[in-house]
Design a protein around this ligand. Structure first.
Ligand SMILES: Cc1ncc(COP(=O)(O)O)c(C=O)c1O
Length: 575
């Protein structure tokens, strides 16, 4: 029979209907994919459910040992196309064969123990999977040889990598410290509590006033957990439009109305925008829109915004419409921790972040929330703001077990964040961004908003007649990674007419202002090359790429970039 047609009275692996003691699977059982099955039809006469054995057909030859187990009629069916047999033992008490193989340790100590695990357990990656190993080695070389200018990337330290690749990945720990679903979590609890403590310390937060959840797998899921915890389906949210520098997880639908982000699928989102002339957020328009739309959550923070956020203004607007004010500080959390920008914590109810950008930790998300249950007046009703709702949204509503190796790695990164060295690092990140901006401006390049207050800048390539995508491609071929981004033109038309450039990663490799002057030279040379290829082959991507093969200008620049980049060390690994 097909699995989907299985008798509803059969329960695999669970024993809720059993009147006798359930059969507990042993390690030996697991090798054979067995489980107890209770069947009301099979137990009808005695009232005691009879344990059944589920065997893959090809295992049939191992089923009878010493004549102890006698099987009744086979019941045949399939799971995902695999033919299966359901075997019924007549005597449930003699379900297991007597002569199970026993482990004999002939050698003591680690040598003997190791032999109890076949080779899969202890081989290095190079031996176990040379294919993946080789690709990973190539990626290591790519990171070392190139100039990394993607504003959301960084290089983590060795200790963070060690925690990520550790035994902590083995443990399941759904729930919060002290209230887990599984046992054996005493050390995991300690790690998570320490991580939370360090998170609050890194941002100078009073634990009486702020709580933190370090379990989100990413910032997208952290943001969605906030919405899930605090809103009802179809409630309204308002964030910076993606083409204006906001993030998809704050809601996004295309001009044709296609809902791209889950935040827009499950909630109603209306974006606010930057002023197309200045590139700054248009706060007056935002206020007007917000008072009409009445969002329940107003979101500040974005992915490509080079200027300070006016949180005080956001707070006033949120208060006028009774909204919760949330900041997604993913990009600038390092600056916030180092007190190198205005702190959103002074104004917001909820603050989320990635942990892997300027913060320089492992990939993941984090949620800070003001403690206690509070209500905000919203129109006729109230929004109940309750910290437990956020934790509940993370688990069990949206996630399963936390990634404990990531949480330990985050704790390590947060310890660094609280040091004077990290503050100096963030100051250098800003100085480098300013130096790069100044170098480009000096050469008459156009930057959105005319400069930067933080770690990134947006270079508007439309005045040079370059397509962001073509420029990004040339840079990639020259070992420079950055990303195209939309620039609002006077007409309001959106096209990826620019690129976003960030300084955190190369600052982690030790670059200073003078190095960013050199990087500016490389960027300008790449722009010249793009211009030449566009002129010769056309701006359309399919024509443009024809001019890239065997291009001497590109190989020359690539050599210069590699020579430059390989002067700098890589945090976390040596080449
Ligand atoms: C502001 C902002 N929020 C959220 C995210 C999403 O982070 P994650 O990749 O961890 O989901 C990003 C990523 O770029 C971001 O810039």
């Amino acid at each position: 029979m097909e699995f989907s047609n299985a008798q509803p009275s059969l329960s695999l692996g669970f024993s809720t209907h059993m009147s006798s003691a359930p059969v507990t699977p042993t390690m030996a059982d697991e090798n054979m994919f067995r489980c107890s099955v209770s069947s009301s039809s099979s137990s009808s006469s005695s009232g005691v459910s009879v344990p059944l054995q589920l065997l893959d057909r090809k295992d049939e030859e191992v089923r009878v040992e010493n004549g102890e187990v006698e099987y009744g009629e086979d019941e045949k069916f399939s799971i995902l196309g695999h033919p299966m047999c359901l075997k019924r033992a007549r005597d449930g008490s003699s379900f297991l064969p007597k002569n199970l193989p026993k482990r004999v340790f002939v050698e003591s100590g680690i040598g003997g123990r190791r032999k109890s695990i076949p080779c899969w357990g202890n081989e290095s990656m190079k031996v176990a999977d040379p294919e993946i190993h080789e690709i990973m080695e190539k990626e290591r070389q790519r990171q070392f040889r190139g100039i990394e200018l993607i504003a959301s990337e960084n290089f983590v330290c060795k200790a963070v990598m060690e925690a990520l690749g550790s035994h902590l990945t083995n443990k399941y720990s759904e729930g919060m410290p002290g209230a887990r679903l599984y046992t054996g979590n005493q050390h995991i609890d300690q790690i998570e509590l320490l991580c939370c403590e360090r998170a609050l310390a890194a941002f100078d937060l009073d634990s009486e006033k702020w709580g933190v959840n370090v379990q989100p797998y990413s910032c997208t899921s952290a943001n969605f957990a906030v919405y899930t915890g605090l809103l009802l389906p179809s409630d309204r949210i308002m964030g910076l439009d993606s083409p204006s520098g906001g993030h998809l997880s704050h809601g996004y639908y295309t001009p044709s109305g296609k809902k791209v982000s889950a935040a827009s699928i499950f909630f109603e989102s209306l974006p606010y925008k930057v002023n197309p002339q200045t590139g700054y957020i248009d706060y007056d328009k935002l206020e007007e829109k917000a008072l009409d739309f009445r969002p329940k959550i107003l979101i500040c923070g974005g992915s490509s915004y080079p200027r300070e956020w006016d949180y005080a203004r956001f707070r006033r607007i949120a208060d006028k419409c009774g909204a919760i004010l949330m900041c997604d500080m993913a990009h600038i959390s390092g600056l916030v921790a180092a007190k190198e920008c205005i702190s959103p914590f002074d104004y917001c109810d909820v603050v989320t972040s990635t942990t892997h950008k300027s913060l320089r930790g492992p990939r993941g998300g984090i949620i800070f929330y003001r403690k206690g249950t509070r209500s905000r007046k919203h129109g006729e009703g109230n929004i109940h703001f309750d910290e437990d709702k956020i934790n509940f949204a993370v688990f069990p509503a949206l996630q399963g077990g936390p990634h404990n190796n990531h949480i330990a790695a985050l704790a390590i990164a947060l310890k660094q964040v609280a040091t004077p060295e990290y503050k100096a690092y963030m100051q250098q990140v800003k100085k480098n961004a300013k130096a790069l901006a100044f170098s480009l401006l000096r050469r008459k390049c156009r930057l959105v908003t005319g400069g930067t207050d933080n770690h990134l800048l947006l270079w508007d390539l439309t005045s040079l007649g370059l397509a962001g995508k073509n420029y990004e491609k040339v840079c990639e071929m020259c070992y420079i990674t950055l990303n195209k981004c939309a620039i609002f033109g006077d007409s309001g038309a959106i096209s990826p007419g620019g690129v976003r450039i960030g300084t955190p990663a190369m600052t982690s490799r030790g670059c200073l202002e003078a190095d960013f002057e050199t990087i500016a030279d490389f960027l300008l040379r790449a722009a010249q090359i793009t211009c030449i290829v566009q002129k010769e082959h056309g701006i359309m991507a399919k024509d443009f790429v024809k001019g890239l093969q065997n291009n001497k200008d590109i190989s020359d620049l690539r050599n210069r970039v590699e020579t430059f980049a390989t002067q700098f060390a890589m945090p976390g690994f040596d080449i």
